[in-house]
Write a protein that binds this ligand. Structure first.
Ligand code: IDP
Length: 150
């Protein structure tokens, strides 16, 4: 089983889309391993988006992500890094397909509602930026045998 980091961004919280977004992951059968409703400090934002430092949209992105609360999450499941990326949808609004969170609810390349780690390395790095080890809950999900029959 793999873990990934995801986050409902400030626009998702402000637009009242938390339930709508979470329901997609729950219904898919993905396990929630951790969740934290929080404000992101400038320091944490800079660490999280370090790969984008120097890009034209960087300052705006830091301002956006620290402007209002977010819901930080760890999901667990088979191939969950790829699957959560797919359910989130492409970064730009014209590429984000219907059926994805971004394709269904976002019209902007920056205000795109959700973050999802893009690789195993990013997932590990991002999970440890947002959560202490004891905040990630190890438990058995009763539906697991119906979601993963083999
Ligand atoms: P991702 O979130 O789909 O993985 P990244 O390229 O890692 O996309 O970019 C991180 C975040 O930075 C995006 O989700 C979006 O909020 C913002 N962003 C990316 N590209 C642009 C842009 O061209 N203009 C403004 N914001 C952008």
């Amino acid at each position: 089983m793999e873990k990934t980091f995801s986050m409902i961004k400030p626009d998702g919280i402000q637009r009242g889309l938390v339930g709508e977004i979470l329901q997609r992951f729950e219904k898919k059968g993905i396990k929630i391993a951790a969740m934290k409703f929080m404000m992101i400090s400038r320091e944490l934002a800079e660490k999280h988006y370090t790969a984008h430092k120097g890009k034209v949209f960087y300052d705006d992105l830091i301002r956006f992500i620290t402007s209002s609360p977010v819901l930080a999450m760890v999901f667990e499941g088979e191939d969950v890094i790829n699957i959560v990326r797919k359910l989130a949808g492409a970064t730009s609004p014209e590429a984000a397909l219907p059926g994805t969170v971004r394709g269904d609810y976002s019209l902007d390349v920056e205000y795109n509602l959700i973050h999802a780690s893009d690789s195993k390395e990013s997932a590990e790095r991002e999970i440890s930026l947002f959560f202490r080890e004891e905040e990630i809950i190890n438990y058995e999900l009763i539906t697991a045998k119906w979601v993963y029959p083999k």
